[in-house]
Design a protein around this ligand. Structure first.
Ligand code: SF4
Length: 328
């Protein structure tokens, strides 16, 4: 049986942190054998919230190095830049005819962004970014999209656009699949201060952090404020270090929980254990990263090859779209 196709992407924001790894990358790596996977560097999407393009190239390279170092295999999963496949812009234009402004204004993620980023003058491109996301998926006929729960409204818009196109131009045979969102289990890993892990908040652990940096950062992580001395009983359920243990040290979770509650385990020791588990995960990634940093041409080759594969798929889809729409 043919493998289903997965399409997923990230904005090029530079070096990735553990939140990016847990929320997406780890899942992509686990799924690459099960599905036919395509991974997109969403560089056009950067422009929806930041017009400066100075860092896009470097950020792309850093991010792709992390993808490769963590275990994404370009032979199984082509990686490519959105801006290198011109069909994205063409299909974006066509899809933008299939959805109303009112529907896009109802997008809850957009409302959240407008509020959080204090956006007064929303651009046409920003309003339409779910349409561009629909293109990113449907141009490659993605059937499955790994997402966090907050991204599900976008998948719904993609499904609506696919349905609308099929009804309008190809009622007998659907050109586009209606993709399904595949929820990532551990979608949000808190940052070292307990808030969402984010570069702008300075609360991250990067995949490229050296072991001593990870340990240093963990030492400063917030814990249960009522556990002041080692022997004070703690509440692991409100402690982010415990959340990290659940994710990176699952075999010892019970022991840590008991030690924390009884006061036998102190926060310093608990944090050191946690740092050591995270370093076990990151050390091999860091080593592979160093190889790529010394051979950037290899990273660029991965992108060029991925783009050649992606372009063929995109051209085939657009030929089909043109034929169905009777456009020349
Ligand atoms: S002992 Fe560990 S789990 Fe308990 S409060 Fe301290 S850091 Fe958190």
């Amino acid at each position: 049986m043919a493998k289903k196709r997965i399409l997923s992407g990230m904005r090029p924001t530079g070096k990735l942190h553990l939140g990016n790894y847990v929320g997406a990358l780890e899942n992509w790596i686990n799924l690459q054998d099960q599905y036919e996977s395509y991974h997109l560097v969403a560089d056009y999407h950067v422009l929806t919230t930041d017009l400066s393009t100075d860092e896009i190239y470097n950020n792309t390279i850093e991010m792709v190095i992390d993808w490769l170092s963590a275990g994404l295999d370009p032979e199984k999963a082509p990686m490519f830049r959105q801006s290198k496949i011109k069909e994205h812009t063409e299909l974006f234009l066509l899809f933008s005819m299939l959805i109303t402004k009112a529907r896009l204004e109802r997008n809850p993620t957009l409302k959240e962004q407008v509020r959080d980023l204090n956006i007064e003058n929303l651009t046409y491109g920003h309003l339409g970014y779910p349409v561009l996301q629909a293109v990113d998926i449907l141009l490659y006929k993605g059937e499955v999209v790994p997402v966090g729960e907050d991204q599900l409204p976008h998948i719904e818009i993609t499904r609506e656009i696919a349905r609308r196109f099929n009804q309008q131009y190809s009622p007998d045979y659907p050109v586009f699949p209606e993709p399904e969102g595949k929820i990532t289990q551990f979608a949000r890993l808190p940052g070292l201060d307990g808030k969402r892990m984010s570069k702008s908040l300075g609360n991250t652990i990067f995949l490229s952090d050296a072991p001593e940096i990870v340990t240093q950062k963990l030492r400063k992580a917030v814990t249960d404020p009522l556990k002041v001395r080692k022997n004070d009983p703690g509440r692991p359920e409100i402690c982010l270090v415990f959340t990290y243990h659940q994710k990176f040290n699952s075999s010892e979770t019970k022991e840590i929980e008991n030690g924390c509650r009884s006061g036998l385990l102190g926060c310093v020791e608990c944090k050191l254990k946690c740092a050591s588990k995270i370093n076990e995960l990151l050390s091999p990634i860091l080593e592979i990263r160093r190889g790529y940093e010394n051979n950037l041409n290899k990273v660029i080759d991965v992108l060029i090859q991925g783009e050649s594969v992606a372009r063929k798929v995109a051209e085939t889809t657009m030929n089909e779209v043109h034929a169905k729409m009777k456009l020349g």
